[in-house]
Write a protein that binds this ligand. Structure first.
Ligand code: AMP
Ligand code: MG
Length: 355
């Protein structure tokens, strides 16, 4: 069912016109007769955003997008001190908004679907390993065992949706020890929110990139598709990004999860920021990055993290066992084969590769 791609070389000819950290987006068209592309750049979720769109009304949507992203952070960001997620984790608030409820419901559904590879209740373990907003602790097996207890004690039954005088209220009845962490899907979710904004304004051609999570709708006025480059795993977090593979993105999103920029090293061992919820330890396998193509970015984001946890063999097995899910068919793996980078693309992903 799957074909192994040989090592794909970087095609420098198409690289470098427009650059972002995790994914590189390039290939803008420019022609006198075409509507002018509007390009926006800014900061979001401790990272950047880069957006290109075509709007016949030439509206500047930067203020709306900035406020949408900062509202999003006020609900879902662990780095925002006053955020709702910080209050829920500190047990000072249990009433949440519809956005929080949706993020939690979606995360719990992906947890069930991936048999626990994805788990948004892993926050305390993430913190202990030093990947949260707290400093790393001296991790012991006993500590991890006890922190893991909390990861199972919240499911859909703990979310109450009630109507109060025509207003819908959402309450989370969570165990005080549970620390929720939406980081594995939040960036993708925010990409979808911006896409929904464009859709609601009748803007049909856009490319949105928040911290390397991308969605491309429509295309360029000359009929060309959006082209996105997937980064070749870097040697370390300071390495200059290079493109491993370019793909066309039409009404699709692509999200990459990797271990080569977010990690720390101790005694010569590299610890990944992806935690295996069954062991409570950072994943340790030869998989360097996974790119998932889906219709919605939150979904691609969540599945990319889940596949990083599973490792390549189990992830491929999972994809084969779910042939009817159109959102996990186009997947691209980059793994380390005794010091050289090898790639493995599903047939659906190969169809997206630009010639
Ligand atoms: P991503 O870069 O999308 O793969 O998300 C990684 C981030 O999600 C980490 O920095 C943690 O905050 C959190 N995380 C780590 N492991 C998991 C997991 N197994 N399931 C859900 N979230 C996780
Ligand atoms: Mg993710």
């Amino acid at each position: 069912m799957f074909t192994m791609t040989t090592r794909i070389s970087v095609r420098h000819t198409r690289v470098g016109r427009f650059f972002v950290a995790l994914l590189m987006v390039f290939g803008f068209a420019s022609c006198h007769h075409e509507p002018k592309a509007i390009q926006l750049h800014g900061e979001a979720q401790g990272s950047y955003y880069a957006i290109t769109y075509y709007d016949t009304l030439q509206r500047n949507l930067q203020p709306v997008i900035d406020s949408l992203l900062s509202d999003f952070d006020l609900t879902a960001s662990l780095w925002e001190e006053q955020s709702l997620i910080r209050k829920v984790n500190a047990n000072t608030d249990s009433t949440v908004n519809s956005l929080f409820c949706d993020l939690l419901t979606k995360s719990l559904a992906i947890e069930a679907y991936t048999q626990g590879a994805f788990n948004c209740k892993i926050g305390a373990v993430v913190n202990a390993w030093g990947f949260g907003f707290k400093h790393r602790e001296e991790v012991t097996p006993q500590m991890i065992d006890s922190l893991l207890q909390g990861t199972q004690q919240l499911d859909a039954a703990h979310i109450t949706v009630a109507d109060h005088n025509g207003k819908t209220c959402y309450t989370i009845d969570k165990h005080p020890n549970i620390q929720i962490d939406f980081n594995a899907t939040a960036q993708g979710y925010s990409v979808d929110l911006i896409a929904q904004l464009f859709d609601s304004l009748g803007i049909t051609d856009y490319l949105i990139d928040v911290g390397g999570e991308v969605i491309g709708k429509g295309g360029k006025p000359n009929g060309e598709a959006w082209i996105v480059g997937i980064e070749r795993p870097a040697k370390n977090r300071y390495s200059t990004p290079e493109v491993q593979q370019a793909i066309e993105l039409k009404d699709l999103s692509v999200v990459t999860s990797g271990n080569y920029r977010k990690y720390y090293e101790k005694d010569g061992i590299r610890y990944s920021h992806t935690i295996d919820p069954t062991t409570g330890y950072p994943v340790d396998h030869t998989l360097l990055s996974v790119s998932v193509v889906s219709r919605e970015a939150w979904y691609a984001d969540a599945m990319a993290t889940a596949f990083m946890v599973m490792g390549m063999e189990k992830a491929i097995e999972f994809i084969q066992q779910h042939p009817d899910n159109p959102d996990i068919q186009a997947v691209f793996f980059i793994y380390d084969n005794h010091g050289t980078y090898e790639t493995y693309a599903t047939p659906a992903f190969e169809k997206l590769i630009t010639q």
